[in-house]
Write a protein that binds this ligand. Sequence first.
Ligand code: NAD
Length: 348
Amino acid sequence: MRDLPPPSAQALVPFVSVAEMMAIVHRIGLERALHALTDRIEADFHRWPRFDKVPRVAAHSAIGVIELMPTSDGDRYAFKYVNGHPANTTAGLQTVTAFGVLAQVATGYPLMVAEMTVLTALRTAASSALATRALAPAGARVLALIGNGAQAEFQALALKSVCGIDTVRLYDVDPAATAKCVRNLAGSGLTVIPCRSAESAVEGAEVITTCTADKRNATVLHDNMIGAGVHINAIGGDCPGKTELAPAILARAQCFVEYEPQTRVEGEIQNLPADYPVTELWQVLRGAAPGRRTRGDITLFDGVGFAIEDFAALNWLYDQLPPGGTRLDMIADPDDPRDLYGMLMRAR
Ligand code: NAD
């Protein structure tokens, strides 16, 4: 193949690899990044009516799901490809992996392609922090974290950095996962307490985050484990037939969701009648709907993950792009835009 003129700058698309993503997080500092992402998601939730919204497109199999999550604010467009395969870890693979694209609406050209496995952990933790900041009882300091897998440390550190959590009580059905989490959080400034059961983990906790992976209607939290004045982030139940909470807890809780049409299908509320009342979180953030009413309320963030959170995360990442990063030659760039054929033939 003979030499061709290099593609023009606009045809070279910035690509954020896993290595570059990790370098960006370390340059900023993980807790600062989590805080910034929380604020970025909140800012986009404030602009909620401006976005095109659609429940994500899911391809289910017996053992997992592959999903596409698109949205646009009219100026930029984003989508994420993400999977959820709870049995993957037994084969040494992750439960969740993801990548995504940010594009400009005006031309349809991509602005950036990025890994989103790390970014999803960051934005999921930031979303829990956003809900907790808005809904948890004032002064909450103790978090119970049920499910100590890939998402867990991010959840703990986001709630420390954004909400002032200082103690984390850990439980996982697999003690090795809890031991990993204890090791990873050592030196974080959090008091970390491994527990032998979920019942023990929630003792004295004002905030509970469930982030377990199991493709069934599991009961990670039973009704009798939840007292008054607690905020729950239930993030592991995120597709049909995959939930974590006893429905009786929902009957006692004020329930907050990201995008109701998607959560009715994927969230904890899939186990309840279609008229079970929920509030979209953006309405609380904009002051259009009440959040926690009394200190004794149980508030539940039934988080499944929504495209606007990924849109916010990708736009945040785009602002952090270092000069001289990887660029992908992925957009054909003929000198004459109508002579794609000529470009191909000249490359013979
Ligand atoms: P992971 O497989 O790395 O970890 C899950 C952990 O849950 C494992 O350590 C497992 O032993 C534990 N577990 C399973 N059943 C349990 C139970 N009954 N009690 C206690 N622990 C239990 O998965 P991950 O990447 O950490 O993701 C956790 C969950 O969060 C998954 O279900 C995933 O689909 C979901 N998720 C949701 C969002 C969102 O936006 N809501 C985003 C990312 C991941």
